[in-house]
Design a protein around this ligand. Sequence first.
Ligand code: UP5
Ligand code: MG
Length: 195
Amino acid sequence: PSKSRPHIIFIIGGPGSGKGTQTAKIATHYNFECVSVGEILRNRMLHHASSDRKWEVIAQIIANGELAPQETTIEELKHQFIKKQDAKGFIVDGFPREIAQAFTFEEQLGSPDLVILLACSNQQLRQRLEKRATEHGRPDDNAHAIEKRLDTFKHNIALIAKYYQERDLIVRIDADRDEDEIFRDINAIVQKRFF
Ligand code: UP5
Ligand code: MG
C-alpha cells in the first residue's frame, strides 16, 4: 500500500504571537518536521547578503518588517518539503502571510490539513517583542519594523482566515495566555484531527 502523504499544519498569527514557541513544542511532541519560514529566510540572508544582491535586498525588506518576494519564499518551502519528504508531518511556522501565497502553495504542494491561528492582542504582541528586543533582539525587533510587521499582519489576516474558514480548516486559539495553556489546546486539536 502506498504511504499516505505527510500531514501539513500551518501556524499563523501576529508577530510575537508565539508561532515559533508553539511550533517547536508540536514538532517535538509529534515528531513532525518544523519549517519556520522566517527562520529559513534569516539564515539564508545571514550567509548570502554580503555576496548576493538578491539576498542583500531581502535582508533589507525583512529588517523593514515587510514581506520577502513570494517566489523566493515558495522556493525555500518547496526545498524543505522535498528534502524531508519522508516526514510524518510538517508544521509550518509563519506561512502564508498573504492570500496569494496560500493559493500558490496549494497549487504546488497541496492543501494544509489544519491551520492554527494564534489570536493575540496588539498590546500583548508589542510587549513580547519589546521584551525580546532588550534580551536578544532580531534585526526586525526595532520599533519601526515592529509596527510595520503588525500592520502587514492586520492587513492580510482577514482574507487568509476567511479562505480557510470556508473549508473548515482553521482553528482560532486565544494566544494571550500562558505558553502551556496554549499548547494544551493545540495538542487537543491535533489529536482530534489526526490521531
Ligand atoms: N512568548 C511566546 N509565547 C508566549 C506566551 N504565551 N506568553 C508570554 N510570552 C511568550 O514568541 C515571541 C516572544 O514572546 C518570545 O520572546 C517568546 O519567548 C515570548 P515567538 O514564539 O518567537 O513568536 P512568533 O510568533 O514566532 O514571533 P516572530 O517575531 O517570530 O513573528 P514574526 O511573524 O514577526 O516573524 P517570522 O520569523 O515569522 O517572520 C519574520 C519576517 O520574515 C517577516 O516580517 C517577513 O519579513 C519575512 N517572512 C516573509 O516574507 N514571508 C514568510 O512567509 C515568512 C516570513
Ligand atoms: Mg517566529
